[in-house]
Design a protein around this ligand. Structure first.
Ligand code: RM4
Length: 254
């Protein structure tokens, strides 16, 4: 079953982790895929190679999502390459773990600009293109379980993930009349670059795993299916929703 046949899918932070899994997952379901990425040209190129090996077109566009112009440029490049935008997966994010009381201003600022401002600009740019196309569309934002619960070393990060979740709720209202659906996935603890150093602490890794009813930390590929689902017509009546993808961690108090 190919849920995104012929669709044009854009993914931010698409060269690694959840973004990469979403990009390749969309290609597996028949989409042409454009990825935004911030740093590694090699990782971006290898992602495009995987997309093309699946028989789909791929495009990699380097840019810092914290800058508004990155969003309008990314959308324009995707339209130039594929002719349209059907799906935006707003995934790019950072989480430089740090204690609260001595949290540097620049760390707070950078985290907000990448995670929240970046999502806002990308969602807005994609929505404007979708409205101009007049055929609806789907926007999936990668929020987090951290939109719903806190983290001692994430005081700068959890508000951004709550903000992304809230952005999707408001965008769903603003864009419903255009047939554009807006939803969030809320990943739990997924093993990616974002937490590699944090989870190198075996005691913390064991604590996080112990909370998860499914008994394991998540992997990026665990997000591909939920994102493809929310991007597809299988979710035709789903908008403003939030889908936890956390192995049951959130509900597990005791
Ligand atoms: C997620 C969640 C995970 C953490 C990553 C960095 O939202 O908080 O536990 O490892 O962020």
């Amino acid at each position: 079953m190919r849920l995104l046949e012929g669709k044009s899918v854009l993914v931010t932070g698409g060269s690694t982790g959840i973004g990469r899994a979403a990009a390749i997952g969309a290609a597996r379901h028949g989409a042409n895929v454009a990825i935004n990425y911030a740093s590694s040209d090699d990782k971006a190129a290898s992602c495009i190679a995987e997309i093309e090996a699946l028989g789909q077109k791929g495009l990699a566009v380097k840019g810092d999502v914290a800058l508004p112009e990155t969003a309008t440029d990314f959308v324009a490049r995707a339209v130039e390459a594929f002719g349209r935008v059907d799906v935006m997966v707003s995934n790019a994010g950072i989480c430089p773990f740090h204690a609260f009381l001595d949290m540097p201003v620049e760390t707070v600022d950078r985290t907000f600009r990448v995670n929240l401002h970046g999502a806002y600009y990308m969602v807005q740019a994609a929505a404007n293109q979708m409205v101009a196309q007049g055929e609806g569309g789907a926007i999936v934002a990668v929020s987090s379980i951290s939109a719903l619960v806190g983290g001692e070393f994430q005081t700068h990060y959890t508000p951004t993930k709550a903000g992304v979740h809230s952005l999707m709720q408001s965008a769903a209202i603003a864009l419903g009349r255009h047939g554009i659906r807006c939803n969030s996935v809320l990943p739990g603890t997924i093993l990616t670059e974002i937490n590699k150093d944090d989870l190198a602490d075996q005691a913390k890794r064991d604590r996080m795993t112990a909370r998860i009813p499914l008994g394991r930390l998540g992997e990026a590929d665990d997000l591909a299916g939920p994102i493809v689902f929310l991007a597809s017509d299988m979710a035709a009546y789903v908008t403003g929703a939030a889908l936890l993808v956390d192995g049951g961690a959130f509900v597990n108090l005791q």
